[in-house]
Design a protein around this ligand. Structure first.
Ligand code: AMP
Ligand code: GLY
Length: 419
């Protein structure tokens, strides 16, 4: 098979690596990819929003399967464009990708179908949102730009003053662009956070494995929210008992609700959950693999990824049994100094060769490119260093050891992943 992967981050590198292990795969292309993906795939200089050009490429190169890694093209309807041309593609159609693309939609869906989530109100007018906040009297409160905002459109406000300023930033100043045309004001939940990645074929859902994301930029969960600074899989707090509750009250009910709404979902649903005292509640839905969740979940997956994806597309996922290695996987993200605010690019990366021939340590490229024959930084999150170990301590020690193998100017990372 010839595979095309759309995206350029650590998640897409992990997907390309996992595809490369399949005996069915003869050739991988990635658009636009990065310097790490280039070691496994031929890079195609097309942007993820060039749907027609990507479909042209898939048709003329006889691509058997296209895998969409990122949320933006899914929300924009890339799957619909491919399907209309008879091309085989993995991911939700536009009507289903709204599950992530509109938090207002997903909150209303959960309310309608009784899926546990934080209580909320949605607003399209700034003044109405502010009036509501003034009467609320309960803080902290959570403000969310409804649309896609690179995982950064959520503000947790400790008091009325900061909530009013937050509403101004989201809806007035449009700090997160059009994502802030609509805003969700949500009850603040406390508990342990769990990410659960699942495959969905429209009707059936199969759980991959759980993970724990470290979203804040600094040690001890300080600093700004990021796309994710590290991850562990499985999540130590996700017990079998909690899992049963999630399956009954959240996972299958979400798949059924989408079908009921005429928005059949095929692809990956990533459930962002909070384990509260009143049981698990949904914080958010994502309609794709997480980044860096993919970097800790895929190294543990024993199945051939292509088989599972084909079962999703064909609606036969019920016949698949997903298997995961018992080992723990820990990923530490190496970022450019200054991320998630401003940072410099183009710094040479040293030491990448240390990962050659290692089967228990992985260096997934997130933001890298090649310049004058050298691999240089090209994004906020630069590399995801992942390691497998027999327990959390071993996986953590191996990941941090490997994080020391590579260097670039301004490299920074959290020291407390998996601690
Ligand atoms: P989201 O993009 O909706 O997952 O939000 C990003 C992060 O904000 C989550 O991972 C949580 O850490 C935090 N968050 C979101 N919603 C809530 C909530 N209702 N209560 C507490 N924290 C939240
Ligand atoms: N790591 C969180 C995300 O991919 O949205």
């Amino acid at each position: 098979m010839k595979i095309l992967i759309v995206g350029s981050g650590g998640r897409e590198h992990a997907l390309a690596w996992k595809c490369s292990l399949s005996p069915k795969v003869e050739k991988i292309y990635c658009a636009p990819g990065n310097a790490g993906i280039a070691q496994l795939a031929e890079l195609v200089p097309l942007k993820p929003d060039q749907f027609d050009e990507l479909a042209d490429f898939a048709a003329s190169n006889e691509i058997d399967l296209t895998i969409i890694g990122m949320d933006d093209p899914l929300a924009g309807g890339i799957v619909d464009v491919f399907e209309a041309r008879g091309l085989r593609v993995f991911g939700p159609r536009k009507r289903a990708a709204i599950l992530e693309a509109s938090k207002a939609f997903s909150k209303d869906l959960m309310k309608k179908y009784g899926i546990p989530t934080a209580s909320y109100e949605t607003f399209t007018k700034l003044e109405e949102a502010k009036e509501y906040l003034k009467k609320l009297g309960k803080f902290p409160v959570v403000l969310k730009a409804s649309g896609l905002a690179l995982g950064k459109g959520v503000l947790i406000c400790e008091d009325l003053e900061s909530a009013l300023a937050g509403a101004d930033a989201i809806m007035g100043e449009k700090k997160f662009g059009q994502a802030g045309d609509e805003m969700v004001v949500e009850e603040f939940l406390t508990g342990r956070e769990v990410s659960v990645l699942t495959f969905v074929d429209g009707r059936h859902l199969k759980e991959m494995s759980s993970a724990q994301d470290y979203k804040r930029a600094g040690d001890g969960d300080t600093g700004l929210n990021t796309g994710g600074m590290g991850n562990i899989s499985p999540n130590p707090g996700y017990t079998e008992e909690i899992r049963k509750v999630c399956q009954e009250t959240i996972f299958q009910p979400t798949v059924d609700a989408m079908r009921q709404e005429g928005r059949e979902f095929k692809g990956v649903i990533f459930f962002g959950l909070m384990l509260t005292e009143d049981g698990p509640k949904v914080l958010e839905y994502n309609c794709r693999f997480g980044d860096p969740e993919a970097q800790v979940v895929l190294p543990r997956m024993e199945n051939d990824l292509i088989d599972v994806i084909e079962a999703c597309i064909d609606g036969t996922l019920d016949q698949v049994e997903l298997r995961f290695r018992k080992e723990i996987c820990v990923c530490v993200v190496l970022a450019s100094g200054g991320y998630p605010s401003s940072y410099e690019k183009g710094k040479e990366i040293h030491g990448l060769g240390a990962f050659n021939d290692k089967t228990d340590r992985f260096c997934f490229h997130a933001g890298t490119t090649e310049k004058d024959g050298k691999i240089v930084t090209n994004g906020g999150r630069v590399l995801g260093i992942a390691a497998l170990g027999k327990d959390l301590e071993e996986a953590r020690a191996k990941a941090y050891e490997a994080a020391g193998w590579v260097g670039f100017e301004g490299k920074y990372y959290r020291h407390d992943i998996a601690l």
